[in-house]
Design a binder for this molecule. Sequence first.
Ligand SMILES: CC(C)(COP(=O)(O)OP(=O)(O)OC[C@H]1O[C@@H](n2cnc3c(N)ncnc32)[C@H](O)[C@@H]1OP(=O)(O)O)[C@@H](O)C(=O)NCCC(=O)NCCS
Length: 209
Amino acid sequence: MSEPAQDLTANGPLLTLRYPRAADAPRLFELASDPEVTQPFSWGPYEKQSEAAEWIASLSRNRLDGLALEFAIADPADRPIGIISLLEVSLRDRRGVIGIWLGREFWGSGVGDEAEALLARIAFEPLRMERLGAWVDVENHRSQRAFERLGFTNEGVLRSFQRHYDRPHDLVSYSLLRAEWVGSAMAAVAVELMGEAPAAFVCGPRSAG
Ligand SMILES: CC(C)(COP(=O)(O)OP(=O)(O)OC[C@H]1O[C@@H](n2cnc3c(N)ncnc32)[C@H](O)[C@@H]1OP(=O)(O)O)[C@@H](O)C(=O)NCCC(=O)NCCS
């Protein structure tokens, strides 16, 4: 199988979600070499530009295999300011999990909200999902607050759910259901979708009932 002829892209009022490309490596290296940005993750901070380049090179395969659908969050000059992702997708259960990081200078600027709105549109419309989840470290209060403000529900703590460098982490589980998204501020954001969604992420048609 090969990728669709035209990449899936989402244009919002200010930002665009598009697939990361090889030319983004210097910029992603610059943004994610900040330990504060990658602190919640099992990777990083980047120490070499080649780490960003290798990650970008892996993305097409991951899209084909349904492992991860990663987007650069691009500013009006098409410069990446962070990454937003749809991970751990179950087509049968019509759900996926959001991952997001922004360069440190963009925290608190509101761009995270627009990026989340663009990804939610992709998940609930062309991908036909019914549930968007997020797992946030119990110590990552900033990210917890951001998801709650967007209307995600705190479902409780998943104990020792992830291991980073072999250290266990407790995560707060968040979710937003399609019916909740429909009436939310995120769904009111104007979004233009272009291109074709990768087949491995598209849930089947909903049954009539
Ligand atoms: C998570 C992330 C995308 C959120 O984007 P952001 O632009 O920083 O978030 P916002 O500023 O929109 O919202 C943060 C909220 O937390 C609040 N906040 C900030 N620091 C806080 C703290 N230490 N404790 C509690 N709340 C805090 C802010 O006041 C704001 O709430 P408000 O809008 O009600 O005032 C961004 O911080 C980031 O990239 N962090 C590093 C990677 C990361 O943690 N990713 C998420 C993994 S699940």
